[in-house]
Ligand binder design. Structure first.
Ligand code: FES
Length: 113
């Protein structure tokens, strides 16, 4: 299974008109291109993933399962996602979550979304 980073840019996440932080889509796409990550780690910019109250939401998918991340309000959070993708590209599923993102993990019951 290809490791995947799913970044929500839906009805709530990234909606500055609702007072939420912008999702730096270009920053992410440029980094994927610059580091040639496409072959090893898929980047998906997604519509609503379900847990809107945790805006901004991202989801990491590996063969070990899903890691939900919420309250990503700063560019440095998204830079940490890039950092994770770089490690996943070289270390595969054993890539560790950057420390900055550890506190952003949350549990989401996917059977309801
Ligand atoms: S808009 Fe991102 S979880 Fe709903």
């Amino acid at each position: 299974m290809t490791n995947t980073v799913v970044v929500c840019n839906g009805c709530c996440c990234g909606r500055v008109e609702k007072g939420h932080s912008e999702v730096p889509v270009d920053l992410l796409k440029d980094a994927w291109h610059k580091y040639g990550l496409e072959d090893d780690v898929k980047l998906t910019i997604s519509d609503c993933l379900g847990p809107c109250s945790m805006h901004n939401v991202s989801l990491l998918k590996t063969s070990h399962g899903h890691t939900w991340l919420g309250k990503l309000s700063e560019n440095e959070h998204f830079e940490a996602l890039i950092e994770w993708a770089l490690s996943a590209s070289s270390d595969g599923d054993s890539a560790e979550l950057p420390e900055l993102l550890e506190v952003h993990r949350f549990v989401h019951d996917e059977s309801n979304s």
